[in-house]
Design a protein around this ligand. Structure first.
Ligand SMILES: NC(=O)c1ccc[n+]([C@@H]2O[C@H](COP(=O)([O-])OP(=O)(O)OC[C@H]3O[C@@H](n4cnc5c(N)ncnc54)[C@H](OP(=O)(O)O)[C@@H]3O)[C@@H](O)[C@H]2O)c1
Length: 325
């Protein structure tokens, strides 16, 4: 069958995203063919577009979508034509109206969750799950920092962190986003374009510092994040929205109080099917309880993917962006 897809042939700005017609063949062994109904846009997609995260070219972008099983290949168990499913993570290629996908990486969708909500939540929500429950198991009463607390992943993390009983200190890049971070569940909010923001974080903890910082902003906040941590605290650097963190002298971890540092990615926490299904189940549970709500901030047609990239890079969007085929 034919599909519309957003493909890049070279790295660069949003203008390298091309709308193309592609062939989607019959599914092979272990694969299904999906008709996609909603596609999640993630900051990570911009790293693939610019070449910060290298991919073989040409390539269809995207890591997250919801849709319907249209055809099933040989040896596929537990899925049939018409089933509603979603996915987050590789293989890359979500920016398409239809595609092939490995059956074992798909998550069946419960009836109560609609496709747009699923596409807005799978990658960001499963990331929140592994960061808050497994990279550093947040306990009731912990003081934690969540960067970009008015953004898509950060917004989900604030809600989930609050649900776990943590005192969430959210950061935002500018003052007008403070109410959004608060609405997401941040108990305190600091503005990272103001001087001495790490000192403000420490003040909230009576000088002790927080036990963990979740930093998806990268270059601009890395050093400040280390200053926020208590002795033996954990720095979780999980993204580069402001640019990649330059090489770090490990003596900094010693100087700041025997700190720990990790640079995790979702794939390593959901590579096993059991982990994928448990992570998705935990996410669906908090959404069903209404402890975590997805905010679809803006929708674009699939053909407008370049505009969606401009929007996410502008810092003006507070919530998830969805592409509709
Ligand atoms: N490692 C993983 O497993 C994993 C998985 C998912 C996402 N991530 C990472 O999580 C981060 C958030 O992803 P997202 O898709 O949810 O995006 P997002 O948070 O909705 O958007 C990025 C946010 O970063 C902040 N930011 C700071 N400096 C920026 C700059 N120079 N340009 C643009 N934004 C800047 C902005 O908030 P302010 O204006 O408030 O600063 C912006 O809202 C990204 O770094 C992404 O790569 C990592």
């Amino acid at each position: 069958m034919k599909a519309q897809a957003i493909r890049i042939h070279e790295t660069g700005g949003p203008e390298v995203l091309r709308v193309e017609e592609v062939d989607v063949p019959r599914p092979g062994k272990g694969e299904v063919r999906l008709e996609q109904t909603a596609i999640g846009v993630n900051f990570t997609d911009t790293y693939n577009r610019t070449g910060l995260y290298k991919q073989p070219l040409p390539i269809v972008l995207g890591h997250e979508a919801a849709g319907i099983v249209e055809a099933v290949g040989e040896d596929v168990q537990g899925l049939k034509k018409g089933d509603r499913v979603a996915y987050a993570g590789g293989p890359i290629g979500a920016y398409a109206s239809a595609r092939l996908y490995p059956a074992e990486r798909l998550v069946p969708l419960p009836d109560w969750i609609d496709d747009q909500t699923a596409a807005s939540l799978m990658l960001k929500g499963m990331t929140a799950e592994y960061l808050l429950r497994r990279t550093f198991p947040v306990q009731k009463g912990d003081w934690i920092v969540v960067h970009a607390a008015a953004g898509a992943t950060g917004g989900i993390m604030c809600q989930w962190g609050k649900f776990l009983g943590a005192h969430v200190i959210g950061t935002v890049g500018s003052g007008h986003k403070i109410p959004i971070a608060e609405a997401n569940g941040a108990e305190k909010v600091v503005v990272t374009d103001e001087p001495n923001w790490p000192a403000k974080v420490r003040d909230f903890t009576d000088g002790a510092g927080v036990c963990v910082v979740y930093d998806g902003v990268g270059k601009d906040t890395f050093d400040g994040s280390l200053e926020c941590l208590m002795t033996r605290g954990l720095m979780v650097s999980f993204g580069n929205a402001s640019g990649p963190v330059p090489p770090v002298a490990i003596s900094k971890l010693n100087d700041r109080g025997s700190l720990f540092l990790t640079r995790p990615k979702l794939w390593d926490y959901v590579a096993a099917r059991k982990d994928l299904m448990e992570t998705a189940a935990a996410l669906f549970d908090v959404v069903h309880r209404e402890a975590v709500k997805a905010t679809v901030a803006k929708t674009f047609s699939l053909a407008e993917a370049a505009d969606a990239h401009r929007a996410i890079e502008s810092r003006a969007i507070t919530g998830s962006i969805i592409l509709l085929p």
